[in-house]
Design a protein around this ligand. Structure first.
Ligand SMILES: Cc1ncc(COP(=O)(O)O)c(C=O)c1O
Length: 491
């Protein structure tokens, strides 16, 4: 690297293309592996040769196309409509079904789909000063984000500690006259269990409320698993009372990041999702989704991916994934002290530790040290800490290796013993209020935990233990502060 090139994003003199790519590849070397079936969160990998090349080529074709105006770029409109049609058909809508008028939009991801589902429901009730949504605590955090962004009150419904599902009576009891939306997950991200959608939709309908099924995670696997014979309960538009469904194509449709579909049972339900504006001197604007300018790249890549796999391709991938889930669940059952938190019903394996000598957060670090990247989940509202595995088709060839690695990591975690934080630190975490956090306190905590310096530490058990000791609001504040320490400009 020459003096003038430096490492910043804006060197004095431009850097040749090949070298820029080398630099990016060098940066990427420090990332978790997106391929290879050893990363059980964040990425969805079918493990199919040639798919990346196809998706990248399709992406490149449409990267500069702007979704701002569908009349200027009919190619994008055609691909979006095709994606919505495919998702609707897979999820019980379209011609010849009980939801023949289903419509939808392509969004940038699950969070945007959920925010828009809440917005559409909120704006359909302009008469309400304080609209509310009813969401089981196992519902994705994006509903809380939507509530926060849109100033809608959130009424959480507890889940049973054994079934990890909300009781329908509790959902019904949480519905108030100001409720605009009732939510069910198919399945929940954390545990991979499917809520009683038919019953929840029925109580919502009886109260005259909309019901959104968050199938962001499972909408592109449950239909195939059902075709393969799995006992998947009704969760889609076949269920009366389900008014909208979200499904992320950048999850189990294996499209590159940036594509989700939000479906509504009919155009009337969707109308309040849109935003139009003509009260300014610029172009008349109509946005079905949150972004205005948006790249056609992700949409073209998703379209190419779906067409390339087809139904038979997704069925094959689902069968492979189902078998991988079974193999991973067996691996968990074989380790003393570990217990499946839920019997797998979809593509999640979630386990906890019953033995206090086996610290789950240390286990996660030991797995990481062995090249297996899992996702720790903190204890919450009577639910124990757990480890989440998102299982994709690429995991299948790794299943036989995972069992011994898990056993070895568990033995190492037992040998290392549970994390012991200084008692004064734990006491502080348990008693501090977010308001009492000063910059000095945060800096001291971060330094003590090895945070800061632009990167997360290799071992996260101490951080997770501290977060777990904190009440929820303090957890949130600490996360904001810690990530704020990471997000600092480089010059
Ligand atoms: C059930 C569910 N809903 C919503 C989301 C949010 O999706 P995204 O991360 O694409 O915004 C996720 C992500 O994992 C999810 O699993």
């Amino acid at each position: 690297m020459t003096e003038t090139a430096g490492t910043g994003a804006l060197p004095v003199e431009g850097v040749p293309a090949a070298r820029v790519l080398d630099e990016i590849r060098a940066l990427r070397a420090g990332d978790r592996p997106t391929h290879g079936g050893r990363l059980f969160a964040y990425v969805y990998d079918p493990g199919v040769a040639g798919l990346d090349e196809l998706a990248q080529a399709a992406y490149a074709e449409s990267a500069h196309v702007n979704g701002l105006d569908p009349t200027a770029f009919p190619s994008l409109l055609a691909m979006e409509n095709a994606l919505v049609g495919a998702a609707a058909r897979l999820l019980g809508g379209g011609p010849g079904t009980s939801a023949p008028d289903v419509v939808g939009s392509v969004t940038s991801g699950g969070t945007e789909s959920l925010i828009l589902a809440v917005k559409a429901a909120r704006d359909a009730r302009p008469d309400l000063a304080e609209p509310r949504i009813v969401v089981p605590v196992s519902g994705h955090a994006a509903f809380a984000k939507a509530a926060h962004y849109l100033r809608v009150a959130l009424d959480p419904v507890p889940v049973d500690p054994v079934t990890l599902r909300p009781a329908v009576a509790d959902v019904a009891a949480a519905i108030r006259p100001e409720t605009v939306l009732v939510v069910a997950s198919a399945p929940s991200y954390a545990h991979g269990v499917i809520d009683p959608v038919a019953e929840i939709a029925a109580v919502a309908a009886a109260a005259g409320m909309r019901c959104h099924v968050d199938a962001c995670f499972g909408g592109w696997t449950l239909p195939w698993l059902r075709r393969l014979g799995a006992p998947v309960p009704p969760f889609d538009f076949a269920v009366p009372g389900v008014t909208s469904i979200s499904v992320d194509l950048h999850k189990y449709a294996y499209a590159p990041k940036g594509v989700s579909v939000l479906l509504h049972r009919d155009p009337g339900l969707r109308a309040t999702q849109f935003f139009a504006y003509a009260d300014w001197p610029g172009y008349t604007m109509v946005n079905p989704v949150i972004a205005s300018t948006r790249s056609g790249g992700p949409i073209a890549a998703a379209y190419a991916t779906l067409r390339h796999f087809g139904e038979d391709g997704y069925l094959r991938l689902a069968a492979v994934t189902r078998d991988a889930v079974a193999g991973l669940a067996d691996a968990v059952r074989a380790v003393d002290g570990l217990r499946l938190l839920a019997e797998p019903e979809s593509t999640v394996v979630c386990f906890t530790a019953d033995d206090p000598a086996l610290d789950l957060f240390v286990l996660v670090d030991e797995l990481t040290a062995r090249g297996w990247h899992t996702q720790p989940q903190l204890a919450y509202a009577g639910l124990p800490a757990s480890v989440h595995l998102t299982v994709t088709a690429a995991v299948a060839p790794r299943v036989a290796e995972f069992g011994p690695a898990l056993a070895e990591a568990a033995a190492a975690a037992r040998a290392a013993g549970p994390v012991v934080l200084p008692p004064e630190l734990l006491a502080l975490a348990g008693s501090l209020t977010p308001e009492a956090l000063t910059p000095d306190l945060i800096a001291g905590l971060a330094a003590g935990l090895g945070l800061g310096g632009g990167a997360a530490p290799d071992r996260m058990a101490a951080v997770n233990t501290l977060l777990q000791a904190a009440p929820v609001r303090l957890r949130e504040r600490l996360l904001v502060e810690f990530v704020g320490l990471l997000q600092r400009p480089t010059w």
